[in-house]
Structure formats: C-alpha cells, structure tokens
Design a protein around this ligand. Structure first.
Ligand SMILES: NC(=O)c1ccc[n+]([C@@H]2O[C@H](COP(=O)([O-])OP(=O)(O)OC[C@H]3O[C@@H](n4cnc5c(N)ncnc54)[C@H](O)[C@@H]3O)[C@@H](O)[C@H]2O)c1
Length: 271
C-alpha cells in the first residue's frame, strides 16, 4: 500500500454515522494517508455519539451541519477553515436518506413531501455544498469533490423507489458542477457508484440481503466492500486522479458490465 497519498491535504468528510459507514472507513483511510479533515453530520446523527469516537481516533473535531441548510454549510466551512488553517483540497458527500423507503412506500404510492425530502437530502445537498463552496471560495485549485451513488440511477431496482431518482439527480449535479468548478478553479467533481454495502442506509432498503447476494454472485470480483470504497475515494482525493472529472465511476467488482454469471445461470438451470 502507498504511503502519504494525501499528505498536506485538508478536507471535509460528511456522513460517518457508525463504523459501518463508508464515510467512517474513508476518514480512517484519509487519516492513515496523511490528510487532515473535519467530520460533519446532521445534528440528529450527532446524538448517537459514535462520531465523537471517530473524531478522537482521527485527531479532529465534529461540526454538526444539516446538509440541506445553506446556513449550516456556511457555518461548517467557516469553522472548518479556521480549525484546519486553510482552504479545502477535498470534500466527501456521503449522505443519503429516503423517508419513503424508511416507511415502506412503493414507487406507485410515494408521499411527495417525503420524496422532496429524499431529493433534497440525497442530491440537492450535493449542489448546495458546492454552491456554497464556490461562493465562499473555500476550495483549493486541483481540489476533488466526491459523492456516492448507486446503479439504480441507470437500471431499475424496484425497491430503491425515489432514491433511484435522487441518485440520477446526484450524478447529473456532478456533471453540471464538475464543468463549472473545473473552469473556475480546476476542481474536479465525480460520483462513485458503489456495490450494495451493509451500512445503515444500505440495509434499510427492502430486500437488501437478496440483492446484496445477487450482486455478489453476478460480479466477477464480488461486491466491493466499504473499505475498498474508502481506498478508491482516497485515490480520487489524491494527485494521481487530477484529470478525472464529471464522471460516474463504478466501484462494483464489475457488476455494471456483466450480463450474467455462471453462478446465476446455475440457479435457473432446472426451472
Ligand atoms: N450502503 C449501500 O448499499 C450504498 C450503495 C451505493 C451508494 N451508497 C451511498 O453511500 C452514501 C453513504 O451511505 P452509507 O451506506 O455509508 O450509509 P450511512 O447510513 O452510514 O450514511 C448515510 C449518512 O447520511 C447522513 N445524513 C442523513 N441526512 C442528513 C442530512 N440532512 N445532513 C447531513 N447528513 C445526513 C446520515 O446521518 C448518515 O451518516 C449514501 O449516499 C448512500 O446512498 C450506499
């Protein structure tokens, strides 16, 4: 494994809820690779307390911020800049939530107020974080911004309901802001489309175990773990990926380009 890929880099990591979170693993990897960063999560997640243990381990602080509130984001950037002593080289958006999924509503029975909440929390917040970053001029040149997506943005996964639309919007925002931030400050913006992963957000989706196992059986390399995702995110924050921007990058063990696998065919042989 390389050393100090992120030496001297400063950033913001959202979304570490517990030790299963992709953001949690990313924080540990980023620290291991020499980065300094601030952790943030919604005030409600803070009450669970686990993030404070992570902050201790990473020798940093937690600044509460609801990612749907531009005032909270402004405060987050101002306090993080002061704490870190400079502008940011990276931002991780690792945020997703759908009240419709939580409450078991199907795609033909969406509560639209909740759907708007899903889009706001899971996608528009990505735009808000970048718009405030631009307006407050908090990104360093050649910085990197990453959001986390899922292949339901391109293919139908019936149980993913309004989150599929949220992810399509998230990926579109990465392209739109990637163009803008590239021209303005040489900042790159990408989404990473991750395998099903056993986290709070992941396992909250109906039928998760079945499609986790299905994806694992279809992918030639098997499902990508949260740790492996964290490693990929670190490379996207490093100077080795400076010309990659406006992409949706599949980190899924080959799932997205596999039609069928022998393992799956075997299960349908004698039907
Ligand atoms: N787990 C999977 O199967 C999977 C697969 C592909 C992509 N993703 C994406 O990865 C990202 C991280 O999710 P995870 O799987 O690590 O689960 P997680 O539940 O650990 O993380 C989701 C985070 O979003 C935070 N959050 C919710 N509302 C917020 C708000 N208003 N403001 C700020 N933060 C808020 C939560 O507190 C939590 O920390 C999400 O975008 C998710 O959709 C997950």
């Amino acid at each position: 494994m390389p050393d100090n890929l992120l030496k001297g880099k400063l950033g913001i990591i959202t979304g570490a809820l517990d030790e299963n979170s992709i953001a949690w693993k990313t924080a540990l990897k980023a620290k291991e690779q020499g980065a300094r960063f601030v952790l943030t999560n919604a005030p409600i997640a803070m009450r669970m307390g686990a993030i404070n243990d992570l902050a201790k381990e990473c020798d940093t602080i937690v600044i509460p911020a609801d990612a749907t509130s531009t005032e909270d984001i402004e405060k987050l950037y101002a306090e993080a800049k002061e704490y870190l002593g400079g502008n940011f080289d990276f931002i991780l958006h690792s945020i997703g939530m759908s009240p419709n999924i939580r409450k078991g509503r199907s795609y033909g029975d969406l509560n639209y107020d909740w759907a708007m909440k899903s889009y706001d929390v899971s996608a528009v917040s990505f735009h808000k974080m970048m718009q405030v970053a631009e307006q407050k001029d908090v990104m360093n040149e050649w910085g990197s911004i990453v959001g986390l997506s899922y292949i339901a943005a391109q293919q139908v996964f019936p149980f993913y309901t309004d989150m599929a639309d949220a992810k399509a919007l998230l990926e579109s925002i990465a392209r739109g802001y990637g163009y803008r931030f590239g021209k303005l400050k040489k900042v790159r913006v990408n989404t990473i489309s991750q395998s099903p992963t056993k986290t709070t957000a992941g396992t909250g989706i109906g039928g998760f175990d079945s499609f986790y196992n299905f994806a694992d059986a279809l992918s030639p390399l098997g499902n990508a773990s949260a740790e492996a995702c964290a490693e990929y995110i670190v490379t996207m924050f490093s100077d080795y990926t400076r010309l990659v921007t406006m992409q949706n990058l599949f980190h899924d063990g080959g799932y997205s380009f596999t039609g069928v696998s022998e393992e799956i065919m075997e299960k349908f042989k004698d039907l």
